[in-house]
Ligand binder design. Sequence first.
Ligand SMILES: [Zn+2]
Length: 326
Amino acid sequence: MAHRLLFCAAKRNKLTSLLILAQVAGNYQYITKECLFCNSTDEANHPVLYHKNFKDENLNAGVFSARRTADHFHYEMVKCAKTGLIFSRHILNDDALNELYKGSVVTFGEQTQFIQRDYWQPIANHVSKWNKKRALDIGCSNGFFLEVLKDNGYEEVHGVEPGEEPKAIARADIRDNIYTGFYGAGLYPDNHFDLITCFQTLDHLSDPLGMLQNMYRNTAPGGHVYMIMHNTRALQARIFGEKSPIIDVEHIYLFNKENLPELCKKAGFAVESVFDVKNGYPFSYWLRMSPLPLKGMWKGVIGALGLTNKILAINAGNMGIILKKL
Ligand SMILES: [Zn+2]
């Protein structure tokens, strides 16, 4: 969650910049997305949930201070009455989005070890029964999870990452197996990987079903897919509504614990489990990220209680899913 917030913020600023550039060039290119289940975008079954909160002419006002770029922009977002799928109806075209992701920069910093543990924990008890020859992480960033997989017995680990910068800082024994670019058909052989992982990526894609179908082809029979992403029915999302960080210009399709498995089944997978993901960080970290006043005082309090480096695990609104190719 925390790294995701950083990740989201960095991308949001980039997308805002992109929108400005596009406007300067008088060159907005929007495409219309359909419901992944109804294959339509009819208003009756997909009413507007949140109206687009930026206007093209606003972006042209020349007021893009740092403060302005921190605005919480989102497209028009609609919700499927049947499945609860929340999606952005009119989005920038794929070329614009691809350009955006190529320039993405991710800062994990001191949180890396906690993210590694949080993502590993849900499969830690399963992998002893799984084949561990080849694994792939899609949207692997600097390869932080490939490190975990390799250190836990996977013989050959591969990653795909559109950003060029993360690869440069990947661990030396992993770097050469990171492909810079976009995941798609033909990049890897069919029936190849025993495990494919994908974290906080599916809801950024304009064609998530196509992505899942490619993953299905690349997975070896008996192999697994493990993903983590936002859950639109998580408590935080329901409480904050439009103000939730997940209602954001970078998210195209947003899922819940019911419609995500349905989409995965459409791609051919059997669903093994869907679950909440906890994020554990030291008390000192949560305090630093919290909106609490008098942080100095609280720091003293948690220090006095001996909690500074104790881990507090919170359900931060993410869900995980484990799939199998039978
Ligand atoms: Zn629908």
